[in-house]
Design a protein. Structure first.
Length: 204
């Protein structure tokens, strides 16, 4: 059984994701280093699925740093919009990373819809690659179901959190504390699956 890597690159330059992953990985005792510390630019995400894009980003980070890498590709799927914004969540409004613009566009498109037609879910795919030519990347996927609100609520989190209603907590994702969100979110669940896969592969 091979040894678990002492350092893993996190293939993201998204500040919100970096905060969440740093918290979650550190609590699991895993040493991750953001790709920005190696001056690695974002990969070109030209895949047609969350899985493809996660692997593209992980492979890019491995190639640039010569280290193992973990990449996340995640986004919001809205049933009434045929799965939009999906893999285009970070650039839905045409302005990459402009959360306010993305949320405003979603709310505009759904303005007339009743709650039973506002179902949605966050999706997260994590890909771990030992090197850029890894033939068997670890891929873990998880989702988080909820509804789209009619207006933004809350100031925590990032992205679509202010318009995502969490029925179990009777609040928006942006009204959850960091620890509660990390425990129940799509990203938190995908990470739990990845840690389980690490235990199986590396005997952690």
């Amino acid at each position: 059984m091979s040894a678990f890597p002492s350092k893993i690159v996190l293939a993201s330059n998204n500040a919100g994701k970096l905060r969440e992953f740093t918290d979650m990985f550190s609590s699991a005792g895993i040493n991750i280093v953001p790709q920005g510390e190696f001056n690695v630019e974002d990969a070109i995400e030209d895949g047609l699925s969350f899985v493809e894009n996660a692997i593209i980003k992980a492979r890019h980070a491995c190639k640039k740093t010569q280290l193992p890498a973990i990449a996340d590709d995640s986004g919001l799927e809205i049933d009434a919009l045929n799965g939009e914004p999906g893999i285009y969540s970070a650039r839905y409004s045409g302005q990459h990373g402009n959360d306010k613009a993305h949320n405003a566009l979603v709310l505009k498109k759904m303005a007339e819809l009743p709650q039973d037609q506002r179902t949605a879910r966050f999706q997260c795919v994590l890909a771990f690659m030992r090197h850029e030519n890894d033939p068997t990347p670890l891929v873990c996927q998880a989702s988080w179901d909820g509804y789209i609100l009619e207006e933004e609520r809350g100031i925590n989190g990032f992205g679509y959190d202010p318009i995502f209603w969490v029925p179990e907590k009777n609040c928006s994702s942006a009204e959850l504390s960091k620890d509660v969100k990390n425990a129940m979110s799509h990203r938190g669940k995908a990470l739990a699956l990845l840690l389980s896969a690490f235990k199986e592969r590396y005997g952690l």
